[in-house]
Write a protein that binds this ligand. Structure first.
Ligand SMILES: Cc1ncc(COP(=O)(O)O)c(C=O)c1O
Length: 409
């Protein structure tokens, strides 16, 4: 039986709670509240009600007939997490933790964001529940995901620019942790991925595992069997663990996580925590896991075309699943991600987020090598509207550039 984590938040040797003393009472409070809520049928009812009637679950599982035909191999099914309210899987976790905030009686929430999808989801929950909300975001991510910054601010949240370090997701997490330490009495840190100190990895998995539960039922109805492959992109690891968790015991289902290969995994222009040459086990932002690091053990720089995968650490459960071999991890290069995105738009009229397009890129590599009776489920964790500036630049769309010039007058 797969029973992870243990009571101290360890997934094998990974995970745990490596936090400053001042945060321990807050982490214990979150854990207590989460453990109690899980046993409370009313909490489950409220969570289901919000995810269904506010966010639109269950999200569809769509048979991508044209892409399947295009590759002439395995059947490709797409789990449409992009059709959630706010356009990504992140809202599910934000709603779940929002309900916990109400139980704990906290008045203020903070969050980190890279692609801005978790920021928008948290800002949404803040507006809905009437909570004061501050989102930490690296200034490089603010520039590349501007549309999401606009919406967060319109919903009444403060977007706090983080200028330290790489000015991306890792630095936003550090800034959020510093805020939590200072304001621990009235504030909840609504962490957006399956990482950080215990109980966050387990708690975020709990909320996101609805993805895999739905897929299991939907694929049985549509394909008449379990999938042969489940594929998801891995930033911190929440949409992937949400898809995989339900299938861990189904040994015939191959689970594949796709990291950001960036410009290539040889140097440090990537965020491939398993394939990268500069990766090793370390303790980072409250948990033990594989981390991209320099020879001296400092956090190394990362690169990805997608802000949401541009992160040096990885949720601890993934490190455990990697070491035990239950999940296979690979990576997709920036250039293949853009190609996959273009093909999805042209064949299916679907615009996956750059993060999700990593999973698509690997599915497209795999599908033609398999026979037609095989079934692949690929998780479309979010929609690509937020990426319009990066995509238009990558596709060298002159008309868009001309349009931007007229707007800046
Ligand atoms: C659409 C989308 N997919 C995936 C990710 C990566 O996060 P995770 O690995 O936690 O799913 C993000 C992060 O911002 C995202 O916005």
């Amino acid at each position: 039986m797969y029973q992870q984590p243990d009571q101290y938040g360890h997934f094998g040797i990974f995970g745990g709670r490596y936090a400053p003393e001042v945060l321990i009472p807050a982490l214990e409070e979150v854990e207590k509240s989460f453990v109690e809520a899980r046993k409370d049928p009313q909490f489950e009812k409220d969570f289901i009600d919000l995810t269904q009637n506010y966010s639109g679950r269950p999200t569809p599982l769509y048979f991508a007939k044209n892409l399947t035909k295009h590759f002439g191999g395995a059947q490709i099914y797409i789990k449409r997490e992009d059709l959630n309210h706010t356009g990504a899987h992140k809202i599910t976790n934000a709603l779940g933790q929002g309900l916990l905030v109400e139980r704990m009686g906290k008045k203020r929430i903070i969050a980190e964001t890279g692609a801005g999808q978790h920021g928008v989801a948290t800002a949404t929950v803040g507006a809905k529940l009437g909570l004061e909300c501050r989102i930490y975001m690296g200034i490089d991510d603010i520039k590349r995901q501007r549309p999401n910054v606009f919406w967060m601010e319109q919903m009444g949240s403060e977007v706090f620019p983080v200028e330290d370090g790489m000015k991306t997701l890792k630095d936003a997490v550090n800034a959020a942790l510093r805020d939590w330490i200072t304001n621990v009495g009235d504030t909840h840190y609504l962490l957006g991925s399956a990482l950080g100190p215990h109980p966050f990895p387990e708690m975020v998995r709990y909320f996101q595992s609805v993805i895999g539960k739905e897929v299991k039922q939907q694929i049985k109805e549509q394909a008449g069997k379990l999938p042969d492959y489940c594929i998801a992109c891995v930033g911190g690891g929440s949409n992937s663990i949400g898809l995989f968790h339900e299938f861990i015991e189904d040994k015939d289902v191959e689970l594949i996580g796709v990291e950001a290969g960036g410009l290539g995994v040889e140097a440090n222009d990537h965020a491939a925590r398993f394939a990268g040459k500069n990766s090793g086990i370390g303790i980072f932002q409250g948990y033990k896991s594989y981390v991209l690091q320099t020879e001296e053990g400092q956090i190394d720089k990362t690169h990805s075309v997608s802000a949401g995968l541009d992160y040096a650490g990885i949720g601890p459960e993934h490190s455990h699943l990697y070491d035990t071999g239950r999940v296979k991890y690979t990576y997709a290069l920036d250039e293949d991600v853009i190609k996959a995105l273009k093909l999805s738009m042209q064949e299916e009229g679907i615009i996956p987020a750059l993060e999700s397009s990593h999973a698509f890129a690997h599915a497209f590599k795999l599908a033609p090598t398999l026979s037609k009776d095989k079934v692949i489920v690929v998780n479309q964790s979010g929609r690509g509207d937020k990426d319009i500036f990066i995509i238009a630049e990558a596709l060298k769309d002159k008309k868009w550039k001309d349009f931007l010039k007229t707007q800046s007058k």
